[in-house]
Design a protein around this ligand. Structure first.
Ligand SMILES: CSC[C@H]1O[C@H](OP(=O)(O)O)[C@H](O)[C@@H]1O
Length: 352
């Protein structure tokens, strides 16, 4: 089936570029009105870029952190990987602390610790190869996931997506947006709706921009219009990404996802989560155990530097929520599709 998808045409957007000496990050705070890269020469600069959402998206921040470890290694000497990991631990902890919810960040750092820790005197070469492998595997996973997810969607369907889960949030092609790209390419998706995704506007600023690069013209909706849109019958699937999928299938994703799932179930709209297996966290039992990141309320008071809220007010700014597995019709990873996910299905797919 993937033969009908020309993956190369989706490779123009690269949010993360390793130059051999520095990590260049497409500054997603400025898109779509300014396309520019920030260059990071140290791991702490990478940590700051992750925290500030210069680079964002669960898989992308894991990939950036892996290259951040490579940058940190430039500051130490070590006879083998075990010594290197010991010396790099403080820098890796600062990378890990940059954002709490997406498991991909901790997953990437754990993988770098494990692989590098087993290396001998060639640990630097091993480290760079592993960081590149993390990125390459993510791109391959997204392409596989796109085909698997699109196969669930009946021809000429309407699809609603939330936040940004495309090339900007990954090593390329995207997760939920990869499913949408594949579905459009195969004629399975006739209409794409994108929620603006307040307060940071990943949908209005990033997803719309990405799809326009592909020649796909989405329809932007206010987050508040989603239930009304589903009521019209225009949407057959809601397709979203994930930041952490728990052992029972509960899924953390961008704030607003949970209410989309509630509305979808009420209106008979199918709900799909698309994420690489690096987003599955079998060590976290349920969504109640997930640390939901709360960001500066100031992110809610202005857009593009223009204040949109009254002065001298308080605000609550959680940037993720948890969708219970009972509201999810399918979880799609590169390893396959889990329909009606629950703990038994997750353990059958991913082990203990
Ligand atoms: C494939 S990206 C997954 C996930 O990450 C986004 O969050 P953020 O923009 O805050 O990094 C959003 O929740 C996406 O669905």
């Amino acid at each position: 089936m993937t033969d009908t998808i020309d993956f190369d045409r989706y490779d123009r957007i690269r949010p993360i570029r390793w130059t051999g000496d520095a990590l260049e990050l497409l500054d997603q705070r400025k898109l779509p009105f300014e396309v520019g890269y920030v260059s990071c020469d140290t791991s702490d600069e990478v940590a700051a870029a992750i925290h500030s959402l210069t680079v964002r998206g669960a898989p992308a921040i894991g990939i950036a952190a892996a290259w951040g470890v490579v940058l940190a290694a430039r500051t130490i000497e070590a006879v083998d990987g075990a010594e290197a990991v010991r010396k790099l631990e403080p820098a890796m902890q600062r990378l890990n602390d940059a954002r709490p919810t997406a498991v991909n960040l901790a997953w990437a750092l754990t993988r770098m610790r494990r692989v590098v820790g087993e290396a001998g005197p060639d640990w630097r070469e091993v480290m760079e190869r592993e960081a590149q492998a993390i990125a390459d595997e993510d791109l391959a996973a997204n392409r596989r996931m796109g085909a698997l997810g699109a196969a669930l969607i009946e021809p000429e369907s309407g699809v609603l997506t939330h936040c940004n889960t495309g090339s900007l949030a990954t090593a390329g092609f995207g997760t939920a947006l990869g499913v949408i790209r594949a579905g459009v390419a195969q004629g399975r998706i006739g209409k794409v709706y994108a929620g603006e995704t307040r307060p940071w506007l990943q949908g209005a600023r990033l997803t719309v921009w990405e799809l326009q690069q592909d020649g796909i013209q989405p329809t932007l909706i206010a987050d508040a219009a989603a239930s009304h849109l589903m009521k019209t019958g225009a949407v057959q699937w809601v397709v979203v990404g994930a930041d952490r999928i728990c052992a029972n299938g509960d899924t953390a994703n961008k704030i607003g996802t949970y209410q989309l799932a509630i509305a979808a179930r009420h209106h008979g709209v199918k709900f799909m989560v698309a994420a690489p297996s690096s987003t599955v966290d079998m060590a976290t039992p349920t969504g109640a155990d997930i640390h939901i990141e709360e960001r500066d309320p100031g992110e809610m008071f202005a857009i593009g530097g223009v204040r949109t809220a009254a002065h001298d007010i308080g605000a609550w700014n959680p940037v993720f929520d948890v969708t219970p597995h009972e509201l999810i019709d399918a979880i799609v990873t590169e390893k396959g599709v889990i329909e009606r996910p629950d703990e038994a299905a997750m353990r059958a797919a991913f082990g203990a």
